[in-house]
Design a protein around this ligand. Sequence first.
Ligand SMILES: NC(=O)c1ccc[n+]([C@@H]2O[C@H](COP(=O)([O-])OP(=O)(O)OC[C@H]3O[C@@H](n4cnc5c(N)ncnc54)[C@H](OP(=O)(O)O)[C@@H]3O)[C@@H](O)[C@H]2O)c1
Length: 305
Amino acid sequence: MNLISIETVTQPLTVLVTGATGKVGRHLVRYLLRDGHRVRALTRHPDTAGLPAEVDLRRGDPTQPDAVADAAQGCDAAFWNWMGFDATGAGESVGALASEVEHIVYLSAAQLQRGTQGVMPGVWAGVEEAIRRTGTNWTFLRAGGFAANSLGWAEAIRAGESVPMPYPEAVRSSVHEADIAEAAWRCFVEPLHRGQAYEITGPEQLTQRHQAQAIGEAVGHPVTVRQQDAEEAREQYTAWSGRDFAEATLAYYASLVTDPERVSDDVEQITGHPARPFAQWAADHREGFTPLSSTETARNPSGHA
Ligand SMILES: NC(=O)c1ccc[n+]([C@@H]2O[C@H](COP(=O)([O-])OP(=O)(O)OC[C@H]3O[C@@H](n4cnc5c(N)ncnc54)[C@H](OP(=O)(O)O)[C@@H]3O)[C@@H](O)[C@H]2O)c1
């Protein structure tokens, strides 16, 4: 890609951002505003969204087609964040969206590189297909596992305990949420990204054990890992996503021990700089992992922040 000759939009866009209060969405809002675009955000909780004052907040949820259509009215483009564990209802919502905007950038998943069948890759395949069927312009950002998923280890790390993991040797190419957001911003403002499906990963392969160690280096305190019992892991994942999705998640992690997630250079191709390494993500989120002081531990023995 010749970065010098890339054509960009010449007028400010109005972009509807769903998931604007989430990990990727907050960065995307910042990139768009900084570049002079207008941002509208669909959120379930406008009163506590904590977004910049310039953002036009609309109450609602991506699962409500009427709320989506209302929020998208007058927008040029939309960032689509579908939180469901299956694609049921996505067709109605993206249909409502596509009746208002001429470009949808969807936060999909890199797991589609391994196929589209089953509940876990199937949800992203289903939403992509629903968007394709609308006939509007689309860009799919198939993100690898978010580095931010390791925030789930924060409670153990802050309490000075070992991090429980069912597959510590699973090899991931986890991605910094800021890279996904920066890529999304470029996809909105550079028309050449329309009709493209990108694989948005971090720049390196690391086992989950090495990721935990990198967090330890960032906080200046060694972090250890403990092998989590399969049943304990199953219960934990089921509470979050339901049994079918939990089983698919655990099977996926198991597969990564021998068949690592791959590294793509799409972030660099889109943004012009290499993807941010995991160590940088850990440094950027150091505060969330800093061990509790002995007074805090005494006050809060479970480690809950
Ligand atoms: N985590 C990964 O490794 C990964 C990898 C690839 C793809 N993805 C995809 O990336 C997207 C974002 O994932 P995430 O889990 O990290 O989300 P997140 O950043 O925590 O943000 C989700 C946002 O979605 C909104 N939302 C709407 N309905 C929701 C619901 N029922 N439950 C929770 N939030 C809801 C919330 O905004 P309001 O509260 O303001 O409404 C929230 O800020 C998902 O579609 C996921 O499939 C994730």
